[in-house]
Design a protein around this ligand. Structure first.
Ligand code: ADP
Ligand code: MG
Length: 647
């Protein structure tokens, strides 16, 4: 740091000082600029100049009176008095008045100069060092403020509330705020720095009492970026520890406030971004409570208002099977053993459906916002559609593989059965001819068993069937009408078949015999479930799927002809519902059920680009819903003699 020369005021005739300055003794370390004054009037003016760092006084001719006035004006101002040995009594009195350093002249001039040099170095060295801020002396502070680039306004006020020192920025501040040209000796009530005169004086008195006082103050008369100040009153002690003055520093905090406001604005921007972003977001605390949720999350989980989510815990939103993984991931973030968590999990939609998300969580750190410190920001990316499509694809693939195997076996087995049947019939004819009634009965049983076996292999072949058959563009309603008589014949006594068919149904494309299989299987299952009787409704309706997700997130958008088969039967629990499309799953026992009905239905619907859903509750009936994609060849005319088309 570039320092100015030390200004040394020399009063009277001091040949030792002249000698030192001529020789340039301190030139390198403490460059000095001496100013010599001879008479008391000049000295009186000079001494009021705050710019002198050090005063050298010859006892003669002005003696103790001058010293007294200086010390009175500026306690603790660095000063060295030079006296002849005979003037020891003056030195003694000067010390009593507060003089710190002195030189007693001896007979050797060179020695006298060295003694003075030693005293000067003692003071100059002290003035060059940054003041200890714990117990700064006035001089240290002054020196620091003047020469160590203190650009902030700085004042030193004595016990009588008089200004001892200020710097250029201090003067400028008082000029701007009070329109007053500040001079040393001015009373503090002329330039109060922290509010009214009364307030400022009380701050000053508090500091004179030994306490540090820190005030944030706004100077309305200053320009915008300059007016916010932190005013710091600090007691200044003498060597005995007594408070002799107070220093006042006015630090500009405009930039800090500006930065703070910027942070606040950024924070606001961040939170408004949080609100507006279409991705489901929430902020979670270590107690796993939701601190904030955005509208997208509320919407995603079926809540009207994001605030409702603040009243529920995270656990109540998560699927029970996924709690473990979610806790593990979040705890890692809260305990700072990980900085990022990424996992898949399921949430419960308010309507009871399960939704899948890709969860990305990370701690909210360094936002400069205490409120969010220690919290975790959680982003959810909806993957329900992909998950269900994946599950569906896996299911289709599995059914296809099982079907292929079953059809292969069934085909070969059917050939064997044909042979068995042919020869059994031949033997049967021969025995009948011979009139062997006992053995005719046996062959009848064989043929009957072979027929049942062939029916089963036929079902296996249907289930395993790969191709789409003879696809035709047809009207679902017409087809239902056509086979309803046949279906009704299959129903028991107490079961009542009702048709609720919508008029404006789009045409669909499917092999009519495969559609018949779908209808037959569903109707027969419904009948089986209605031992006590009840009504069975076949319902159709046109349905368009938009972008909104539930209740069937995996259903692609588009137009559909919808078929509902609704019964009032025994219904199914959830566990059963999960398994019904599995081949060979039956609850009817091996003799009555094959477990191939719904697996076949599933394969046919799937193969034709449709979707099937089940809605059931134990004891409350069952509804199967099938979405057949509308044929893209234009609206249907309602007749079934449309040109058929091979797939
Ligand atoms: P199966 O009829 O030979 O048992 P399915 O594949 O047709 O085989 O049906 C599988 C199982 O699904 C049935 O055994 C039954 O438990 C259940 N199920 C199917 N439809 C219904 C229904 N409408 N009501 C109640 N349960 C049903
Ligand atoms: Mg069945």
């Amino acid at each position: 740091m570039k320092q100015r020369d030390f200004k040394v005021l020399v009063l009277g005739s001091l040949p030792e000082a002249d000698d030192l300055f001529e020789r340039g003794v301190f030139k390198d370390e403490y460059p000095c600029e001496p100013v010599r004054v001879e008479n008391p009037e000049e000295f009186g003016r000079a001494v009021r100049e705050p710019t002198f760092d050090l005063i050298l006084i010859d006892v003669e001719p002005h003696g103790i009176n001058v010293l007294r006035s200086v010390l009175d004006e500026r306690p603790m101002r660095p000063m060295i008095m030079v006296a002849d040995a005979a003037q020891g009594d003056v030195i003694l009195e000067a010390k009593r008045l507060g003089l710190e350093r002195y030189v007693m002249r001896l007979s050797d001039d060179v020695l006298n100069a060295d003694l003075l040099a030693e005293e000067m170095v003692f003071i100059l060295q002290r003035l060059s060092e940054p003041p200890s801020m714990e117990h700064p002396t006035v001089e240290e502070l002054f020196r620091f403020a003047q020469y160590h680039n203190v650009r902030q306004p700085f004042f030193v006020i004595d016990r009588n509330h008089r200004l001892l020192y200020t710097n250029a920025s201090g003067k400028a501040l008082v000029k701007a705020v009070h329109d007053h040209d500040l001079r040393e000796g001015d009373q503090y009530d002329r330039f109060p720095l922290t509010g009214s005169t009364q307030e400022s004086t009380s701050h000053l008195n508090e500091a004179l009492g030994g306490s540090e006082v820190e005030i944030e103050h706004t100077y309305e008369r200053l320009v915008k970026n300059d007016r916010h100040r932190e005013v710091f009153y600090q007691p200044v002690h003498d060597t005995t520890g007594a408070v002799v003055a107070v220093s006042i520093a006015c630090k500009n905090i405009g930039l800090r406030l500006q930065a703070q406001q910027k942070v606040e604005r950024q924070e606001q921007a961040l939170w408004s971004f949080f609100e507006l972003v279409p991705l489901p977001l929430k902020v979670v605390g270590p107690d796993l409570r939701i601190h904030r949720a955005n509208a997208a999350l509320a919407d995603f989980l079926g809540y009207d208002d994001p605030d409702e989510l603040q009243r529920v815990t995270l656990d109540s939103l998560l699927h029970p099977d996924d709690l473990g993984e979610a806790h593990l991931a979040l705890n890692g973030l809260f305990e700072e053993t990980s900085s990022y968590a990424h996992f898949e999990c399921r949430y419960q939609h308010l309507n009871g459906e399960t939704v899948w998300v890709n969860q990305i969580d990370f701690p909210l750190r360094g936002l400069g916002d205490e409120e969010s410190e220690g919290l975790v920001l959680a982003l959810s990316v909806d993957i329900t559609r992909q998950k269900q499509a994946e599950q569906r694809a896996a299911q289709s693939e599995r059914l296809r593989a099982i079907g292929e195997l079953a059809a292969g076996v069934a085909h070969d087995f059917n050939n064997v059965l044909s042979i068995v049947k042919t020869y059994s019939q031949l033997i049967h004819a021969k025995l009948e001819q011979e009139g062997d009634h006992e053995y005719v009965g046996f062959t009848n049983k064989i043929v009957g068993a072979v027929d049942r076996a062939m029916a089963l292999t036929g079902q296996l072949l249907t289930f395993g069937q790969e191709d789409e058959g003879d696809k035709a563009r047809l009207d679902l309603n017409t087809r239902i009408h056509e086979i309803s008589a046949l279906l009704e014949r299959n129903l028991g006594e107490g079961v009542d078949l009702k048709l609720e068919l919508a008029a404006d149904l789009p045409a669909i494309e499917i092999d009519p015999s495969q559609l018949d299989q779908v209808l037959t299987n569903l109707v027969i299952n419904a009948r089986d479930a209605m031992n006590a009787g009840g009504s069975l409704v076949l319902r159709t309706r046109q349905e368009s799927k938009g972008e909104d997700l539930p209740p069937h997130p995996d259903l692609p958008t588009g137009d559909y002809a919808l078929l509902e088969v609704e019964d009032e039967g025994e219904g199914m629990d959830e566990q059963t519902q999960r398994k019904i499309f599995e081949p060979f799953f039956t609850t009817k026992g091996r003799s009555r059920g094959t477990g191939l009905g719904l697996a076949t239905v599933y394969r046919i619907v799937d193969r034709n680009g449709g979707y099937i859903y089940v809605d059931s509750e134990l004891g409350c009936g069952t509804t199967f819903t099938i979405y057949f994609p509308a044929s893209e060849t234009g609206p249907d005319t309602g007749s079934d003699d449309l040109p058929s088309k091979k797939a």
